[in-house]
Design a binder for this molecule. Structure first.
Ligand code: SF4
Ligand code: SF4
Length: 348
């Protein structure tokens, strides 16, 4: 017989309990399936560091506990904090054979509204009248409706679910709200999914994530089940993606060499920034090398001994803030910095 110590025994018992819970829901899901097969397709958009990957994992786990078959995966490139990323979740009563990025989402969750106008973020890709857009923004849903002129339904995260100066839990808030909009995830399943997915974190952090997610879940009551899945697409009915046929070239041409120098200058990575590093020149002791050396984007140049930040290409990773010996670089929320710029412009 397997002998377990107290802590492991408790975990084992809990896992058994939740597997039984999943199994009961699974039977219900299979009965629900009937003749019409439907799949939920959800896309989370945010910036590296905002917890979108975890948000998709929690939602996937909550679906799983409800008896669904699921897929969840993040997509990000080599970039890091501040870069646009997305993660997606598919959930179906039946095994899922669809693969790849979700091109026609039922629900799009936007954790950071500054991403909407960034073409590289692809927030509005495949959005149509069927899609619900859940957005974290200071602006109202009506403002976004007018601004985007979309047929889709747009819902703003309620103000009481967001602490503007504390966005660490935005992932949990988005997940809680999304779970309620889907209408097929019970509160208890969301709760357990958070405990499971964040099990490696401290009790205090789990508790904070839980309270944010459950508050958002409760606040979305009047929009419950507004997201509707669409019938599964037959394999031969898929439209071919816009792939480009690349002819095979000689290895000297096809190898990953960079043929045009300095083209990264053309990519304005400053658009990705949520925090802006601002140098306090009174405090800067002109060490001349620390911030400019550590900046991974080469976005700080030194003029004489004075550091200057290139805001077109600083993507707000905050490495310079962490490295500056006399703490002369402050991190200011980008929207606050932009307001200050606008005020200064008006004075001039
Ligand atoms: S200037 Fe600072 S915040 Fe901006 S990219 Fe460089 S290290 Fe990161
Ligand atoms: S690291 Fe700090 S002290 Fe050194 S140049 Fe940069 S801002 Fe000034």
């Amino acid at each position: 017989m397997l002998a377990l110590c107290g802590a492991h025994g408790a975990l084992y018992g809990q896992a058994q309990k939740w597997l039984r819970y999943r199994l009961q829901n699974r039977i219900g899901a299979q009965q629900r399936a009937g003749a019409i097969l439907t799949m939920y397709r959800i896309r989370f958009h945010g910036r590296g560091g905002q917890g979108m990957k975890t948000a998709s994992r929690i939602l996937g786990m909550a679906f799983f506990l409800e008896g669904y078959e699921i897929q969840d995966a993040p997509r990000y490139g080599a970039e890091r904090r501040g870069a646009p990323i997305f993660a997606y979740v598919r959930a179906d009563d039946q095994p899922i054979f669809e693969r790849g990025i979700i091109t026609h989402p039922d629900l799009v969750v936007v954790a950071d509204d500054s991403l909407v106008p960034v073409p590289a973020a692809g927030v509005l890709g495949g959005v149509d009248q069927h899609t619900v857009l859940l957005i974290n923004s200071d602006q109202s849903a009506e403002t976004w409706q007018r601004r985007l002129n979309l047929d889709s339904r747009i819902i703003s995260l309620p103000a009481e679910t967001i602490e503007r100066d504390e966005l660490r839990f935005i992932g949990a808030t988005c997940t809680g709200a999304a779970a309620r909009l889907l209408g097929v995830i019970k509160r208890v399943s969301l709760e357990y999914a958070i405990e499971q997915e964040l099990a490696d974190l401290s009790d205090a952090v789990i508790e904070q994530n839980l309270s944010r997610a459950l508050l958002a879940y409760d606040c979305m009551k009047r929009n419950q089940a507004c997201v509707q899945p669409v019938a599964d697409t037959e394999a031969d009915a898929y439209t071919r993606p816009d792939w480009i046929d690349l002819p095979f070239d000689d290895a000297r041409i096809a190898a990953p060499d960079i043929h045009a120098a300095a083209n990264s200058v053309q990519i304005k990575t400053g658009l990705w920034r949520t925090l802006r590093p601002v140098i306090d020149y009174e405090r800067c002791n002109r060490c001349w090398w620390v911030c400019s050396t550590f900046c991974p984007d080469g976005a700080i140049k030194v003029d004489g001994k004075t550091p200057l930040i290139d805001y077109d290409h600083c993507k707000g990773c905050m490495v310079c803030v962490a490295q500056c010996p006399p703490h002369a670089i402050e991190a200011i929320p980008e929207e606050v910095a932009q307001q200050q710029d606008a005020e200064q412009e008006t004075i001039r």
